[in-house]
Structure formats: structure tokens, C-alpha cells
Design a protein around this ligand. Structure first.
Ligand SMILES: [Zn+2]
Length: 139
């Protein structure tokens, strides 16, 4: 399994390093080589120009010509709150599609938001738009 507690911990450590007080968030991805990349959001004054926590790691993986096999994003609102596992947003799911539908992503366990479970991209996107294109190509 490419997504494990070490990857979740790497995201939490990155979040705490960059945001030692108050809000904290970050992402971690595992490459096919086993290497872990971490990143944080880009949060300029114009929110429309901002980028998700995952984006930096995805771009770095692409720069390296490396395949992402797992991705996790964590966030906490304040120091006395637990880190939550956040499913990649729709745009990050589109970004992850670069590496195929078998990429593992961390999602929260319903009713236990501090806990995580691993799902493949195809599991969180059962009606992904590209499925229709691939189905048509098989005709
Ligand atoms: Zn996103």
C-alpha cells in the first residue's frame, strides 16, 4: 500500500513546520520510487490566484518526471483541534488523474474525522467524465 501512516505523518509534520501556531495544513505525496514530497498552499491576497496544499508536490513530481502513487492532505483549524484528513478537491482530483485512476488518496472515516482510509481515485470518482471516453474507445 502506497498510502500509510508515514505519509500522513509527513503531511502533519510539514503543516506544523510551516504553521506552528493557529491554522495548519499541508499535503504529502508518495512517488513510485518511495520518495515523499510535501507542500503547502499558496495563499496570495487575491484568493482567486491561490493554490491547494497538494499543488506544489504535484508540480514537483511532474518536474521530476516521477509518478505519484498516493496523496494525503491534512488540516486543522487551531492547535487544540485534531488534524482532519481532507479528500482532494475536484481540481486536485483532475490533477491526480495525470497518474491514473489507481492513485491512492486519503479520505476521512465517516464519524471519525481524525481517522483516515485509503481509496483509489477511481473509487471516489465512480462517474468520472473520462470513463465515457475510454468506454467509447473500446467500441
Ligand atoms: Zn485541491
Amino acid at each position: 500500500m502506497a498510502l500509510d501512516q508515514a505519509l500522513v505523518d509527513a503531511a502533519i509534520q510539514q503543516a506544523l513546520l510551516r504553521f506552528p501556531t493557529g491554522y495548519a495544513g499541508a499535503a504529502a505525496v508518495r512517488l513510485e520510487t518511495g520518495q515523499i514530497l510535501t507542500s503547502i498552499c499558496f495563499d496570495p491576497p487575491n484568493a482567486g490566484a491561490g493554490l491547494c496544499h497538494e499543488t506544489g508536490a504535484y508540480c514537483e513530481a511532474n518536474r521530476l518526471g516521477a509518478r505519484v502513487v498516493a496523496s494525503v492532505r491534512v488540516s486543522r483549524s487551531q492547535p487544540d483541534r485534531p488534524f482532519l484528513i481532507l479528500t482532494p478537491c475536484g481540481i486536485c482530483q483532475e490533477r491526480l488523474a495525470l497518474w491514473g485512476a489507481d492513485v491512492e488518496v486519503a479520505v476521512a472515516v465517516p464519524g471519525n474525522p481524525g481517522a483516515w482510509q485509503s481509496k483509489r481515485l477511481r473509487e471516489i470518482q465512480p462517474h468520472y467524465w473520462r470513463n465515457a471516453v475510454e468506454d467509447a474507445d473500446e467500441l
